[in-house]
Write a protein that binds this ligand. Structure first.
Ligand SMILES: [Zn+2]
Length: 345
């Protein structure tokens, strides 16, 4: 068994607010005199049913955490710590999602909000030796015209260099909003060369995956785990080369599967899908990137060869520059070439 923290990998599904360390949230809440719900302060991962009530509870906690982020210093700290934590877990490439709308009121608009995140990403990336890209994500809960505004903003900062925008996403409750209404925003992003990385197929089944495939032409799907419930849909995902950002801890916390054993990780990989493991919202799920790889090893029985395969898939599905991808892929080969550690009793 080789050390998974040393396996180079790319982290393609991590939300800005959801990346926060619990201790940081507590400090920000104290500094801004915000009273946090106790569920955000205890050590237990969130566990809700996969229905509207469960989502509402998740959203309420998420909003409470977001309300503690009140300006540039807080924003910079969150990015810096997310990059540091990723680096410690062997991530050489992080693509972090942010909806700048939420922080705009504190810093004078969505443009400065995004620029602060990009600048902090450049700084932290350089300090920790992590290549960092940003995904601008619109929300299904808001008007599709707002998504277009965000897509235009994202397009202005497009690039594969350190601290540039690499993709455009769509998040929040899959049951809300009409997927087709967001197509024009994704078209703007695509024309600017951005990857299309909407959420889909976590809370809703294969029908939703088809809806997203048809209207938003994703390069990657946030989650997409439930595509496997219809072999025809999974085949379409595989044939079109759409990568799945699979976040096992998130699936269990949000009640999509009652146990990590039931996350169809093996079935998806066996069907030929490109799977990139991600942490989604470690603040609420109390589980970071490395833990997802550990789940693949301990719960799903992935061998070191197979774990290296997952890492390679994440790197190839990333929007890192060709030289960064080549360097990380070489690192995966080097990891596999190291002798296995014999477990000590
Ligand atoms: Zn997500």
């Amino acid at each position: 068994m080789r050390d998974l923290a040393l396996l180079p990998k790319a982290h393609l599904h991590l939300h800005f607010t959801g990346s926060m360390r619990p201790g940081t949230l507590a400090e920000l809440a104290a500094a801004h005199r915000v009273r946090l719900p106790s569920a955000l302060l205890d050590d237990d991962p969130l566990h809700v049913p996969a229905d509207e009530r469960g989502w509402f509870r998740f959203q309420r906690l998420y909003d409470a955490a977001r309300a503690c982020v009140r300006g540039e210093a807080d924003m910079r700290r969150i990015v810096a710590e997310a990059v540091a934590d990723d680096a410690a877990e062997g991530s050489g490439r992080l693509e972090m999602q942010v909806d700048p709308t939420s922080y705009a009121p504190f810093v004078g608009g969505i443009t400065p909000a995004l620029e602060i995140v990009l600048d902090a990403a450049r700084e932290a990336g350089a300090r920790h030796g992590v290549s960092v890209g940003v995904v601008v994500a619109a929300s299904r809960m808001r008007h599709p015209l707002e998504a277009r505004t965000l897509a235009r903003l994202a397009a202005r900062y497009a690039g594969d260099g350190q601290g540039e925008v690499v993709g455009f996403g769509l998040s929040n409750d899959e049951r809300r909003g009409e997927t087709a209404a967001f197509a024009p925003a994704f078209a703007i992003a695509r024309r600017a060369g951005l990857a299309s990385v909407p959420h889909g197929g976590e809370l809703l089944g294969p029908g939703h995956v088809e809806d997203v495939l048809g209207h938003l032409h994703p390069d990657r799907l946030g989650h997409g785990v439930r595509a496997g419930e219809d072999p025809r849909v999974l085949e379409r995902v595989v044939a079109s080369g759409v990568a799945l950002e699979v976040c096992p801890a998130s699936n269990v916390s949000l009640g999509v599967y009652d146990d990590a054993r039931h996350v169809p990780l093996r079935a998806l990989v066996a069907a030929g899908a490109t799977v990139a493991l991600g942490a989604d919202d470690p603040l609420l799920f109390r589980s970071r990137l490395l833990a997802q790889y550990e789940t693949a090893r301990t719960v799903h029985g992935f061998s070191d060869d197979e774990l290296a395969g997952l890492a390679r898939a994440s790197i190839r599905a990333s929007r890192a520059s060709a030289d960064v991808r080549a360097r990380l892929l070489a690192g995966v080969d080097a990891w596999l070439a190291t002798p296995e550690r014999v477990p000590t009793a």
